[in-house]
Design a protein around this ligand. Sequence first.
Ligand code: C2E
Ligand code: MG
Ligand code: MG
Length: 264
Amino acid sequence: RTGALNESGSKPGSMSRWASERAAFEASLREAEQRGELTVCYQPRVDAADSALLGMECLVRWNHPKFGCVPPDQFIPLAEETGLIVSIGEWVLREACTQTQNWRAQGYPNARVSVNLSAVQFQDADLFGTVQRALGDSGLPAEWLELEVTESTLMGDPGATALTLENLKSLGVHLSIDDFGTGYSSLSYLKRFPVDTLKIDRTFISELKQEEHGEKLVDAILAMSDGLKLPVTAEGIENEVVLEALKRMGKMKGQGYHYGRPEP
Ligand code: C2E
Ligand code: MG
Ligand code: MG
C-alpha cells in the first residue's frame, strides 16, 4: 500500500517511474482533503496508577481509495515537503476541537485532547491565528487542548521556539514535548520553554521488556523531568509487564495498546 513512495524497492533505471508515482501520490494527497479521505482516530491517555481516563491523542489517517488506510508516517513527510501539512494540520486541529467539545457536551467534560504539530506548522506564521480560530469556532476552552511538538522540532532555533511557545501558551493551551529522549535537547533551553508535559518516546518504554537496562534509561529520563519539574506521559505501554515496571518508577500518565489502540 505504500509502494508509491518506496524508492528502495525500485529497479535500476526506474527513477523516473518513481518520480511520476511520487507526483501522483502528491496529487492524490492534495485531493484527499477535498474528497473527505482524511480521518482522525483517538487514543486514550490515562493515569497509570488507576487507569482513569485523562484525555486522548488525535491521530490522522488517510483512507486512500486504492492503498487503503495509510498511516501518518507514510504521508506526513510528503505533506511536510509540499507544505500541504499546514492545511491538513488545520483540518485535524479543527476536527479534534469540535469532537472534544461535543464529548464535553455529552457529559465527558474533563478529557484533554492532544494534537500533533509538525515542524512546518510550528514555523507557520499563522499558527497562533489557526489555533485561536479552531478554539473560537468550536467553543472548546483552551485548557482542554494540548499541542504536541516533537523534541527535534523545538531544538531547531531555540530563541524562535521560546517565542512561539510563549505565544501559544498565552492562549491558555497545554504544550507537550513529544518523542522526548530522541532529540538531543539542551537542558538549559528546555528549562526556558513553557511546556507542561514530557512524552517519553515509545522506544524507551518498549525497552522495559528487556529488564534492567531499559529501567535505567527510563529512570534517567524521569530524573531529568523531575529536575525540570515536569510531569511525564509514557508512550507505547503495550502490556502489564511494562506497566508494572513504570508504576514502580513513579507517578505518570500512560498511553499505549494496553489501554486502547487509536480508534475512529
Ligand atoms: P506520535 O505523536 O508519537 O503518536 C504515537 C504513535 O504511536 C501513534 O502512531 C500510535 O498509534 C502509536 N502507538 C500508541 N501506542 C502504541 C503501542 O502501545 N505500541 C505501538 N507499537 N505503537 C503505539 P501513528 O498514529 O501511526 O502516528 C505516528 C506519528 O505520526 C505520530 O507519532 C505523529 O508524530 C505523527 N502524526 C499522527 N497524526 C498526526 C497529525 O495529525 N499531525 C502531525 N503533524 N503528525 C501526526
Ligand atoms: Mg504525539
Ligand atoms: Mg510520540
